[in-house]
Ligand binder design. Sequence first.
Ligand code: 2AM
Length: 284
Amino acid sequence: VKSYQPVQPLYYGWFLNEADSWKLCDIAKSWLQAAINVEQFYKDLSHHIDVVSPEELLRTYSRQTYRDGGSILHCTANFTARGKDESSREYINNPIVKSAMGKCFPLHVIGFIITPRTFGVRLRLTVNQLDLWGQDDTETVPSIISHPHEPKKHKRNEPTEKKTDKENDIRYSLFSTTPLHSSCTVTITQLNSLSQADQFHPTSGKGSRAHITMGCAPGVKPVTTGFDLIDIVRREKEAQSSLTDVLETFTLPGGTLRNYGEGSWALYLDKELQISSLFSAYYG
Ligand code: 2AM
């Protein structure tokens, strides 16, 4: 007699509906555009990525590597890899996880991270969400991210003969035709004298890896966004304890953009955005 094993999920997460996914893509695209309008940001990032224009930089981050086509945005709560190890199986069988399935949770967007590899939305998790959080916030970051010796040049998106509607979809290319406008003031801030230093380390410890991958540079896997965020949180801590004296900081309307070195930038929003999500599992 054959015995059948139930199929286990690839990962659990908070999923946006399609309309909200579109909306967040639009919002993220405008913030990326606002960052690109800052000359120093564009110069720095284009030094690390092989792009020749701001428009091409906008097109660099895509969601093409997603197995489901990437049209629904999500924040991974636990990558269970179909119950690969004991801790994944514990998570799958956890009564708190089981009872949260199909329930709604507000996601709190607090900013963005932009690196030569990834573009991600940074989230602040609530106490209830932290109960469901199973990602390793201190996972060792692969050496390419933590100690790059040379600026890593990513292969450019070669122009294709004719783009399909799907490829032209902003969810795939995050491409915008919005005209450039420039309005930013440069402030170089000595962190020690900053009264509201908390602004620059909005999350640390449990849940600090929480994010939504908006897009990846060519050849980069989505898992990299989490590693990039872990690395930025580490740099934020170093900056806070004054290991780094001065960081390039730019004030944008509604947010602050900060250079953490080696092409890694964080954008802090003045006001959080809230978006509804549904907790569920993805089977692939
Ligand atoms: P993401 O959460 O940064 O987007 C399917 O691949 C999803 O699981 C992606 O959303 C991806 O990253 C996440 N993921 C893939 N491999 C992972 C891993 N080894 N550890 C944690 N998350 C992973």
